[in-house]
Design a protein around this ligand. Structure first.
Ligand code: 2HG
Ligand code: ZN
Length: 466
């Protein structure tokens, strides 16, 4: 598909729609919007527009659809699979001016928000009313809710509370051909036709642009307890994870960090905790609720399980400061790896009880291909972030040999009953591996849906599929 290069006439049309002051084509802005948080990727847009209403987006998309101009929606640019990058140039539709929390309906425990609201801003706005929006990606301080829907984002709390899709009731969406639709209804149960709401979630900005989100909320749990559990064996740490659930406890977070992850992040954020020489990995386990007694009992039960898997002395974080410190460490691991090494991030996911086999397999594949990895992530979901470190691999090996190793890792995930992305999406970087979890029948179905929504393939083209 050849996309039309943007002309002065196109710019004039865009300025007439969104206002001259909301159209940018200077070098600095084009550079800024040419990358997201995906390691070593850059694609320059020709122009950036910052609309304020669904109607404006509708007119922009109608113009792009008529002129065959590539249009890429973008939230905060915290994505990790290149999903918001304009791989064919064209126009970036930046959603940052859609930044209002429109309604917090305390009677129905619902909220209507715009996609450019930052995750943590929304969380804090409902907590003050005793309400809770649980999905908490590591980037929650900067990522937009619209981007969280685009990638069906997760985060540590997903293990107990589920992921973004579990909180969405209804969406206002602008289609690539300009129509503005609502996908559902503001109800907790809905069995009315195909589920267009869930189809939009995780569609990575390729089926339509979300302009309003109706979320369901739950009561806010007032208390938490947090434990950092050291292990002399990373595999034993992974084996302990599913045993906790079999013991009848659902923690509100169950994170895994290999030794390098914790060493590098302590150096990166200048926080220090005692780590024994023999420690190879940690689990960070949180329980939440409203009754301190129950939480203490849950922690005792979890500790018993952990000791059955040969953990070392467990660190209990009871004060807010101690908890804050441990979470800060976990949330900053990705940045610490980024600052420490050239790396490639893989967002593997398997059934929880297969985690140890996955970790073992990743290390074995790494030995055979000569690459080191630092693994951490949401062990409770079976979601392991494998950060492959370039270190002494040559550029040639990094570019041509490593993809073969990544392919073996993904084949192992599928063999273990898993798939190739738990929360970061496919976007641009993983599309070459889509033949591993899917056959041509499934891919054909997905491409058919894309063509139905976007017949001229102008919305976020080049993503998810080859
Ligand atoms: C996390 O869990 C985020 O820390 C980022 O999903 C993971 O960048 C990464 O590898
Ligand atoms: Zn993650």
């Amino acid at each position: 598909m050849k996309y039309k290069k943007i002309t002065a006439e196109d710019i004039a049309v865009l300025e007439a729609i969104v206002g001259k002051e909301h159209v940018y084509h200077d070098e600095e802005n084009r550079n800024h919007y040419g990358h997201d948080e995906t390691e070593d990727l850059k694609f320059m847009p020709e122009v950036i527009v910052k609309p304020r209403t669904a109607q404006e987006i509708s007119e922009v998309l109608k113009h792009c659809n008529k002129e065959l101009i590539a249009a890429t929606p973008r939230g905060a640019g915290t994505g990790l699979s290149g999903g918001a990058l304009p791989v064919f140039g064209g126009v970036i539709i930046a959603m940052e001016r859609f930044n209002s929390i429109l309604i917090i309906d305390e009677r129905n425990l619902q909220a209507t928000v715009e996609p450019g609201v930052i995750n943590q801003v929304f969380q804090e706005a409902v907590i003050v009313k005793g309400l809770f929006y649980p999905p908490d990606p590591a980037s929650k301080g900067s990522c937009f809710l619209g981007g969280n829907l685009a990638e069906n984002s997760g985060g540590p709390k997903a293990v107990k509370y589920g992921v973004t899709k579990d909180y969405v009731l209804n969406l206002e969406v602008v289609l690539p051909t300009g129509e503005i639709i609502w996908t559902g209804a503001n109800v907790l149960k809905n069995s009315t036709g195909y589920n267009l709401t869930q189809l939009m979630i995780g569609s990575e900005g390729t089926l339509g642009i979300i302009t309003k989100i109706v979320f369901r909320l739950i009561p806010y749990p007032t208390q938490t307890l947090l434990m950092l559990v050291p292990f002399a064996s990373a595999e034993r740490a992974c084996e302990a994870v599913s045993a906790v659930f079999r013991a009848g406890i659902t923690p509100s977070a169950m994170e895994f960090m290999e030794r390098d992850a914790i060493d590098w992040v302590m150096k990166f954020i200048e926080v220090n905790i005692e780590v024994k020489e023999s420690t190879k990995a940690h689990l960070l386990v949180e329980v939440d609720g409203n009754d301190a007694e129950t939480l203490m009992r849950d922690c005792e039960r979890i500790s018993e399980v952990m000791y059955q898997f040969d953990c070392d002395e467990i660190l209990f974080a009871e004060t807010a400061a101690q908890k804050e410190n441990l979470w800060k460490m976990r949330r900053r691991v990705a940045e610490a790896v980024r600052s420490h090494a050239v790396y490639k991030e893989e967002d593997t996911v398997v059934p929880r009880a297969e985690l140890a086999k996955l970790l073992k397999g990743v290390k074995e594949i790494g030995n055979r291909y000569g690459f080191k990895s630092v693994c951490y992530g949401h062990a409770g979901d079976g979601n392991l972030h494998v950060n492959i470190i370039k270190e002494n691999l040559s550029d040639e090996e990094w570019t041509n040999k490593l993809p073969l190793g990544i392919r073996e890792i993904f084949e192992l995930c599928v063999e273990l009953g898993g798939t190739i992305s738990g929360e970061h999406g496919i976007g641009w970087v993983q599309k070459g591996y889509m033949d591993i979890p899917f056959d041509e029948v499934q891919i054909k179905l997905m491409k058919g849906i894309k063509t139905l929504f976007d017949p001229n393939d102008i919305l976020n083209p080049g993503k998810i599929f080859n």
